[in-house]
Design a protein around this ligand. Structure first.
Ligand SMILES: Cc1cc2nc3c(=O)[nH]c(=O)nc-3n(C[C@H](O)[C@H](O)[C@H](O)COP(=O)(O)OP(=O)(O)OC[C@H]3O[C@@H](n4cnc5c(N)ncnc54)[C@H](O)[C@@H]3O)c2cc1C
Length: 602
């Protein structure tokens, strides 16, 4: 099994060219993010991920988490690595300074998070959920909740969870039955939650659960749901720990992947009721939880990218070592399998998709920083519109593509890919959960279609398409055959996306079932074209760095690296963006058959 190595050159390139990081760190509030500090943070994060977290990936998978006498035990080394994570103040990189955060760009945090996500997905899930809980409490919590909980969550001394799912309430959160009974200014929470990631762990002395429940007498459905902060151990007014609360992990799920991540069935209120406090207003729980879920959707998309990076590193190393057969072009015998065109195709598919996901992730992260910090209100507004539009795309496209990459990684290994010791299979198993949790990818596609495109008549989508058009023009005029070829595919892709957007908006007005039947291919088209645009921009940057000597030197780009960027973008245009016309036909013509077949005929 190949060890994880942080791809720092790729990360730096994507920060600069996909996220516009050099400009981004000039935004007010980012004064601390000097180039030297950023460089230091990236290097240290790379070391921590590769040396501390990475080695736990395989052992964590084979050992798994266990429930012993009502207490979760994580695999050997997990707790120590978490301790080092807290000591290294890695949890607080992009959190606001009011409660101890470092206030650095969200985009920088995305880059460092990618590294531990790749080093061990199962390990990285715990801090991921904590950050989501912090965002929800910061946005909607009372001053008292912020005072008591945020400082410890920000350092990572306590961890956070999100509790939506119940056996009968998965995608349909409104069907939940957990209930809350008022007791003075607090509530007693009763109910069972399932599939709760890191619902308990042996890292810290407290866990802060964010739990959705219905206050007695509240309306049915999502309109009657409230959000509660329910700690594992009650916290006294002076911040010290009090009594154990009435909640416990009942069992752990046996899963296809992420074995080290404890997925808990949680029981709240088996006795007197779990004591909690309301976050936000009564019956406004879904809106509050959405703050956490939007953060988690971005971060689950990151997991898709990260798992792909890990699978790609492993497949690349294997393909250079494994000797098999004859080079079809030169006739040379006993060559490494990387010499076979089909293996090269698979590897380029993995490489280009991984770079495309990184570009999309960092671009979106940079929009979020602009939405929060740009002094120009018009820029803030348009950046937020892009964030809203692309969050479901990031979650679903990156996790579907991450699975595809991990799947190809197994194929590159041949029979050894099917053998667990190689490690390629673990990436595929671990990646498989990402399209499912945090709102399945079908739900993300519905969100893109309905709330993000139909609701504003396609305005945000069309604004993004307009933002993408100039790159196609620049590629066409760059005087390079590869760039011209990318321009053609990107131009066609943009035309298809524009037509598909019109169709989705129109279908939304009179045939919502048909438009829902096309939501997933529409999201795939959106992701492919946006990623193709970002790789096209990367190719343009690589070309100018390569072509003009002075510019190349200033950019510090190795000419080989720059040339590879252009070839990789060309591959992505020819193999992925080119699917646009097929996807458009599926979107506009394919819905009929989906809705036509009678239920009894399935
Ligand atoms: C390992 C793991 C960790 C998890 N961690 C957490 C956690 O920490 N906290 C938490 O609260 N939950 C967690 N979950 C739960 C997870 O978010 C849900 O499993 C997920 O939202 C899907 O719900 P479901 O399993 O009930 O599937 P269902 O909702 O039953 O969906 C089944 C299928 O129907 C489709 N479907 C359902 N409704 C619609 C619709 N309206 N339109 C189109 N398609 C639809 C789905 O896309 C899916 O393909 C976790 C789950 C797992 C497996």
């Amino acid at each position: 099994m190949t060890d994880y190595a942080a791809p720092l050159d790729e990360i730096r390139f994507a920060l600069r060219h996909a996220a516009g990081f050099d400009e981004l760190i000039k935004l007010p509030g980012f004064e601390e993010a000097t180039p030297d500090i950023v460089d230091h943070i990236l290097n240290e994060a790379g070391k921590f991920a590769a040396e501390v977290v990475g080695p736990l990936n395989r052992t964590g998978d084979t050992e798994g988490s266990r429930l012993e006498n009502g207490v979760v035990r994580t695999p050997a080394g997990f707790k120590q690595a978490y301790g080092q994570f807290v000591a290294g103040v890695w949890n607080s990189v992009a959190l606001p300074p009011d409660h101890g955060g470092q206030g650095l760009p969200f985009t920088l945090n995305a880059a460092v998070t990618e590294m531990w996500d790749a080093a061990s997905t199962a390990w990285a899930l715990c801090p991921m959920l904590t950050v989501g809980a912090i965002e929800a409490i910061s946005a909607h919590g009372t001053e008292e909740q912020k005072r008591l909980y945020l400082p410890k969550l920000v350092t990572g001394e306590w961890t956070g969870t999100m509790n939506l799912t119940e056996p009968q309430a998965g995608s349909d959160v409104g069907a939940l039955r957990s209930r809350a009974v008022r007791e003075g200014d607090k509530f007693r929470v009763f109910g069972q939650k399932i599939f709760i990631t890191y619902g308990d762990q042996d890292y810290t002395d407290n866990v802060v659960h964010l739990v959705l429940a219905r206050i007695e007498g509240a309306p049915q459905g999502v309109k009657g749901i409230s959000l509660f902060l329910v700690p594992k151990v009650l916290v006294n007014a002076d911040g010290s720990l009090g009594q154990r609360n009435d909640l416990r992990p009942v069992s752990l799920e046996h899963k296809l992947g992420i074995h080290a991540s404890p997925t808990c069935v949680m029981a709240y209120g088996e006795n007197e009721g779990a004591l909690g406090t309301l976050i936000g207003r009564e019956n406004d729980g879904m809106a509050c939880m959405f703050t956490m879920m939007n953060n988690a959707r971005f971060n689950v998309g990151m997991l898709g990218l990260a798992t792909a990076e890990r699978a790609w590193q492993q497949a690349r190393a294997f393909a250079k070592e494994r000797v098999q057969g004859r080079d079809i072009a030169t006739g040379e015998n006993n060559v490494a399998i990387i010499r076979h065109p089909d293996v090269r195709r698979m590897l380029l598919s993995m490489k280009s998709s991984t770079e495309a996901m990184r570009a999309l992730a960092y671009y979106l992260a940079s929009r979020l920083d602009h939405a929060r910090r740009n002094p120009d209100p018009a820029v803030r507004k348009s950046a937020q519109a892009t964030v809203d539009l692309l969050t479901p795309v990031m979650k679903a496209w990156c996790t579907d593509t991450g699975c595809e990459v991990a799947h190809i990684g197994v194929q590159v290994h041949g029979g050894m890919g099917f053998i667990e010791e190689t490690g390629a299979a673990q990436h595929m198993r671990d990646a498989r959960i990402h399209p499912i949790y945090e709102g399945t990818n079908g739900i993300q596609a519905n969100d893109l279609m309905g709330r993000k495109v139909q609701r504003d008549g396609g305005e945000a989508a069309k604004a993004l398409i307009a933002e993408m058009r100039p790159a196609a023009k620049a590629l066409a005029g760059a005087g390079d055959a590869d760039l011209r070829a990318i321009a053609v595919k990107l131009g066609e892709g943009l035309d298809c996306l524009a037509k598909a957007t019109d169709w989705i908006v129109d279908a939304g007005k009179h045939d919502i079932a048909r438009s829902a039947a096309s939501a997933v291919p529409y999201l795939a088209l959106f992701g492919n074209v946006t990623a193709g645009w970002l790789l096209g921009r990367a190719a343009l940057a690589a070309k100018s760095a390569n072509g003009a000597g002075a510019n190349g030197a200033a950019d510090g780009l190795d000419p080989r690296f720059a040339a590879a960027k252009i070839k990789t973008a060309r591959f992505f245009a020819d193999h992925v963006v080119v699917r646009s016309s097929g996807l458009l036909a599926t979107i506009t013509d394919g819905a009929d058959s989906v809705v036509a077949l009678a239920e009894a005929d399935f």
